[in-house]
Design a protein around this ligand. Structure first.
Ligand code: NOS
Ligand code: ZN
Length: 377
């Protein structure tokens, strides 16, 4: 007897991927604006530096400019988004758009990051920036709810690694803790800016029992990951793709982990992987060759993320779509990535557990059962 045709289809449809509950841990607020919002905000504040004021052309421009193969060139594009995010109204609008866009894409929980120090040009204080962004997220959550989408958004405050404000930003994150801010991050060009430059900020946050993630192992290799984990004490790694440099796969398929890779896996250090962004900055050659396939196969604590939806022309559904195409992932695999992400979130344990048991698992169970009730021949 053959069982062909009587089991669940392996590969989820694009429509199922879109409806599946998703959790996003690594998304930059200033990397996710809608092109039309940028054009409107630029007109409002008199910013004349945009390469074009046609929203469609502008979206293409960001994707192409970010497609440079270098993290430094990729980061140059943020000058335009930050330029139009300098007032309270602009920050409220961008954050509200962000929550609505993520919710419409099936994201149920997101941690969105931004660098408050990059939004002070029109006179806002650091605290006013945080308050405006939080107001925008609460508005976006409510707007999403009115359209039947459920989403919770927390923020991570980023300090720029080339600058010298990390202590101030860490204190800001601590001050706004439990009021929208769930943690801290450092970002920006990696080479020449090791995370230990910001050791005082990390030590301060540890002293306060607060949480932080560090962009590491994206443009730079193992030493940056080692410092982030062993010196700074990062709770998670932003990207962390270069951990594969400490893994050897023999001709016979035998896998050997070096000490650092073994530590990262043993300690369940979450890796915030962003496949499309890595292709653009040259950290990976193709989706099929992206280290996420190997690392997920080895059961590292891998999560799937967008990084910058504008610069990468992406969404959580698109990232999963690419991975499904490249690796044949099933709904069960998507659920594994999503539970990994929820376990790794900077939300209190009871809330993470409820998200997993009451939102994520029932959502996937329903999707997994759909094949039973579809049209039959
Ligand atoms: O992938 C990345 N690696 C390092 N830095 C990044 C990446 N994406 C964005 N930013 C930087 O983080 C700032 C705050 O959101 C952005 O302005 C950008 O400079
Ligand atoms: Zn990032």
């Amino acid at each position: 007897m053959t069982l062909a045709g009587t089991t669940a289809p392996r590969v989820p449809t694009a429509e199922q991927i879109a409806r599946a509950p998703k959790v996003l841990l690594h998304d930059h607020l200033d990397g996710g604006l809608r092109p039309e919002t940028i054009v409107e905000l630029a007109a409002d504040c008199g910013y004349e530096g945009l390469p074009t004021t046609d929203p469609v052309e502008l979206g293409v421009w960001f994707r192409e400019a970010a497609d440079s193969g270098s993290l430094e060139r990729y980061l140059e594009t943020f000058a335009h988004t930050c330029a139009v995010m300098q007032t309270r109204e602009a920050l409220v609008r961008v954050a509200a758009d962000c929550a609505e866009d993520l919710a419409a894409d099936g994201v149920v929980y997101a941690e969105v990051r931004y660098a408050p120090e990059q939004h002070l040009e029109a006179g806002l204080t650091l605290d006013e920036v945080v308050e405006a962004v939080n107001e925008g997220f609460r508005l976006g959550e409510a707007n999403a709810r009115a359209r039947g989408h459920r989403i919770r958004v927390g923020t991570l405050l980023t300090a720029m690694r080339h600058a010298a404000r990390s202590q101030e930003i860490a204190e800001l994150a601590n001050r706004h803790r439990d009021r929208g801010v769930v943690g801290f991050d450092i970002a920006g060009a990696e080479a020449g800016h090791p995370p230990t430059r910001h050791q005082a900020a990390f030590d301060y946050l540890k002293g306060e029992n607060n949480h932080f993630t560090i962009h590491a192992g994206e443009a730079f290799g193992l030493p940056s990951i080692w410092e982030a984990v062993q010196c700074c004490g990062a709770d998670r790694l932003g990207h962390g793709v270069r951990i594969v440099d400490d893994i050897t796969v023999g001709e016979d398929g035998r896998v050997e982990l070096g000490r650092l890779a073994a530590y990262v896996r043993d300690k369940r250090v979450p890796l915030e992987m962003c496949p499309t962004s890595n292709l653009q900055t040259g950290a990976a050659a193709s989706y099929a060759e992206h280290p996420i396939g190997l690392l997920a196969g080895l059961k590292f604590r891998v999560t799937v993320n967008t990084d910058n939806r504008l610069m990468s022309g992406t969404s959580m559904s698109r990232e999963f779509g690419h991975l499904v195409d490249a690796f044949g992932y099933t709904l069960g695999d998507m659920e594994w990535f999503t539970v990994n992400a929820m376990k790794s979130a900077f939300l209190p344990f009871d809330e993470r557990l409820a998200m997993i048991n009451d939102v994520i698992k029932p959502g996937y169970a329903e999707l997994k059962a759909e094949w039973l009730f579809g049209p039959r021949g």
